[in-house]
Design a protein. Structure first.
Length: 95
């Protein structure tokens, strides 16, 4: 498995963050677990995911290991810019 901890490489890429309005309960679509601290983190999307996008997300989550503060989707992925996690979270952050 490849770690998807690429925040530092793409810190200037605004598409990784989404706008602030995406981080609401109504935009919560899935959970991902950090491999370091085992805390669940929310995956947000501004729009409802299609069945195909849900499958793509599930496959990607099974392929990559997520760590707090990193993008949940690699930048070149088709879901990049569509699904987000809070990049400001760290393993020390509360749930």
């Amino acid at each position: 498995m490849t770690a998807c901890n690429v925040e530092l490489m793409f810190a200037g890429d605004e598409s990784l963050y989404g706008d602030a309005s995406v981080y609401t309960a109504q935009n919560c679509h899935a959970l991902v677990q950090c491999v370091d601290c085992i805390k669940p983190r929310i995956i947000y999307s501004k729009s409802k995911l299609t069945e195909r996008q849900k499958v793509q997300l599930a496959l990607t989550l099974s392929e990559y290991e997520y760590t707090c503060g990193s993008p949940v989707i690699p930048p070149a992925h088709t879901l990049s810019g569509k699904v987000f996690t809070r990049l400001s979270l760290t393993c020390e952050s509360i749930i």
